[in-house]
Write a protein that binds this ligand. Structure first.
Ligand code: GDP
Ligand code: MN
Length: 398
């Protein structure tokens, strides 16, 4: 789960990292109040789950309320790299003297944590790496050893923090690491980690995080009840939300054929087979969703899956593709019948079973005598049938 900047800032703040004050706002009225509360100058920043906002015009410095309102009216309707802006952060503006970049991320290949840092921060790190590769340092934090203030100080030194910033940089690094660990993050990035203050007054200078990007590991959600506060209510898909509540791996797509299978690979192949059939039949029929019921799925899991897929009004037919291993096809068959009973559904369900208890599964479906259930022997036949049933009578004449 990628957090918005205003959410990521909260997690950094909770660790005691210095961050300018900011208020999240979703319309120009809220912006006016927020800006007056923060004071001027302030920055108006697009809240969107992607970077490069500065270059896209999503970050604007304003000196009074009129400018703040005007900037927010320009930013709020924006879409940046395909992401709709969900609000703005009204943040205290700081006088920036220098920009550093620091991030901690999970490195799956070396099974430890990467610290990426450069004293030439501000722009995207990819760009810095291209233009000035020797300035970008890649360091590691071991998954097994302690990372303490000593280690953080050594690291800050090797990154090239200027002498006066060293102690503070070490403190920020350690706090970023604590933020990363405590929150089960896969990325904690501060860019810019800015040196701010009055250039003529040494006592006012300090390091401050002007931007924050955090990704959390969804697999750890079960031990973080407080993540509910990060739920994105403006962009949630109702079907995906319902599937999540049932512990199902579901992705909503835009087509007409609901697809349910066991194992991500089989479901993906099923999606391809449906798309190919739609193209071949000249109807352009496409899959309506990805739904993996996983291994060992019970009657109940199948029944829940089918009811979610059938509740999508775009769905015209459903393709159930199960290769029985741990999952027994007779259980899946019972689940299909129980869902159809409950839902009183009239849409066609095309079923292809193979493997564990496939014959028993077929038998259960045949005996039920439901005219909406179509049994096919191969995956290709089933995909063709499901695509045809999604647009009956519109098959291309060949
Ligand atoms: P990004 O483009 O999505 O990474 O958004 P940032 O939050 O990093 O903002 C982009 C740039 O705006 C930063 O690199 C800074 O140079 C600048 N910026 C952001 N906040 C302030 C601020 O308070 N004062 C000044 N002077 N510049 C800022
Ligand atoms: Mn940034």
């Amino acid at each position: 789960m990628d957090l918005y900047e205003y959410q990521a800032r909260k997690l950094l703040e909770e660790q005691g990292i210095d961050i300018p004050r900011g208020i999240f706002a979703q319309n120009s009225h809220e912006v006016a109040i927020a800006a007056d509360t923060i004071g001027y100058p302030c920055v108006i920043k697009a809240q969107v789950r992607t970077g490069h906002r500065g270059q896209a015009g999503g970050v604007k410095l304003t000196k009074d309320q009129d400018e703040a309102i005007l900037s927010s009216e320009q930013i709020l309707p924006m879409t940046i790299s395909g992401h709709k802006v969900s609000g703005v952060l009204v943040a205290e503006a700081k006088n920036v003297l220098h920009e550093y970049y620091v991030s901690i991320s999970l490195d799956r290949s070396s099974r430890d944590y990467d610290v990426l840092a450069t004293a030439n921060g501000g722009t995207e790190v990819e760009l810095i790496a291209k233009e000035c590769p020797e300035s970008v340092k890649r360091l590691h934090i071991s998954a097994l050893e302690d990372f303490d203030i000593e280690a953080a100080r050594k690291m800050a030194e090797s990154i090239g923090f200027y002498h006066a910033d060293l102690d503070q940089a070490a403190d920020v690094l350690l706090k970023m690491w604590q933020c990363f660990k405590q929150n089960d993050a896969t990325l904690v990035e501060i860019n810019p980690l800015a040196k701010i203050g009055n250039p003529d007054d040494e006592s006012t200078k300090r390091l401050c995080a002007l931007d924050a990007k955090i990704s959390l590991d969804d697999n750890a959600a079960f031990r973080h009840d407080d993540w509910a506060r990060f739920a994105d209510t403006t962009h949630t898909d109702l079907f995906e939300e319902r599937a999540k509540q049932h512990g199902l791996h579901y992705v909503h797509l835009k087509g007409e054929v609901g697809v349910i299978g066991n194992g991500a690979g089989l479901v993906m192949s099923s999606l391809d087979a449906v798309s190919a059939a739609g193209e071949e039949q000249g109807t352009g029929v496409k899959p309506a969703n990805f739904l993996d019921i996983g291994g060992g799925a019970s009657t109940e899991v199948m029944s829940n899956s089918l009811s979610i897929v059938l509740s999508d009004p775009q769905v015209e037919s459903v393709f159930v593709n199960v290769y029985g291993g741990i999952t027994a096809c007779d259980e899946v068959a019972k689940g299909i019948l129980s869902a159809l009973d409950k839902l009183n559904a009239s849409k066609s369900i095309v079923v292809r079973f193979d493997g564990n208890a496939a014959q028993e599964g077929h038998k259960i479906l045949h005996e039920a005598g439901n005219p909406n259930i179509h049994v096919c022997v191969t995956m290709e036949q089933a995909a063709q049938e499901a695509a045809r049933l999604a647009k009956p009578g519109k098959e291309a004449v060949r």
